[in-house]
Design a protein around this ligand. Sequence first.
Ligand code: TXA
Ligand code: MG
Length: 357
Amino acid sequence: MKTIFEKTGLDEEKDNRIYEMASEILNRGGLVAFPTETVYGLGGNALDGEAAAKIYAAKGRPSDNPLIIHIADIDALKVLCSEIPPLAYSLAEHFWPGPLTMIMKKTEIVPHATTGGLDTVAVRMPNNRTALELIRRSGVYVAAPSANLSGRPSPTKAEHVRQDMDGRIDMIIDGGNGDIGIESTIIDLTDKVPVILRPGYITKEMLEAVIGPVDIDKAVALGKQSDAPPKAPGMKYRHYAPRGEMVIVEGKDPDCVTEKINRLAAQKKKEGMKTGILATDETEPFYKADYVISVGTRGSELSISSHLFDVLRQFDDLGVQYIVSEGFSRENVGYAIMNRLLKAAGGKIINTDESEE
Ligand code: TXA
Ligand code: MG
């Protein structure tokens, strides 16, 4: 398949043509990758079971992993969800368009192919102009997982999507880089107390300020692979993972952390591995490895979240076999950042306060 590449935001007439072409593709059951404020999505018609099947095939993803449906209009909730608790409207009012996905009971119209066989559906209104225009103009509810090959870090740039999806889908729309960079917060509204199934930019505290008490799913809270069955089926697969082996080092004393990271990198280099260190602007000068890459500044959570997946992909491109990453505070967005890092590292974390080999 030949994949069409187009860039929005250059001139209006061209944008119109791009949206027309993309609408036509979506309406005939094809696939279009598009930007959102979190990561790029791989979109297809959510009400077309065959389009959903194509999405799974393009990603190489197991088809029991349900898709998020992207909407541009709050009225779509009534079409897609059969039980809408009042707090869903409060959340929508506060956080949509934005990086929050809500799970509710689905209506008949939503095929099980889109929901991975579940009777619930995940819905989100993205805060990105290209995404909203695409949904509005096509008149399609757009089912979209992150536009990466299954198991690879989510794409935050059109170039990442090209690497993974060229030749596998009909079209890629380049609308720039997402400013958040990690996937939406997922909240399940089907229980008495809402449960966070995946942490993101919208934190527990932000949600509680609007709707009161919110739980965090047990498997997510533990931060490591656990025996608790995952509520969001997607959380059970190895995710966000660079090809190299990865470990996180954290601790109270920054000097101890730096020393430990340098020591690990040196040791693996001696074993003949190509090494990489995921650093921050503040610490970058103190490291030594084949590649030291700063993910952003410790002064801004967004600078870290927006570059995280790109840095993991850079290590892949450089052929790095062993990556050591600094840890981050678990406060606010840091909670979601550490969730993604831990997944990338397969749960491997060393705390310099505890361990001394
Ligand atoms: O920010 C985002 O959410 C991005 C952009 C493209 O919108 N999308 C995204 O999709 O991250 P994906 O497919 O990579 O992750 C969707 C997650 C999976 O973990 C999946 O299991 C969960 O949402 N999910 C979807 N529908 C669900 C449902 N009905 N019940 C429980 N979990 C669900
Ligand atoms: Mg994904």
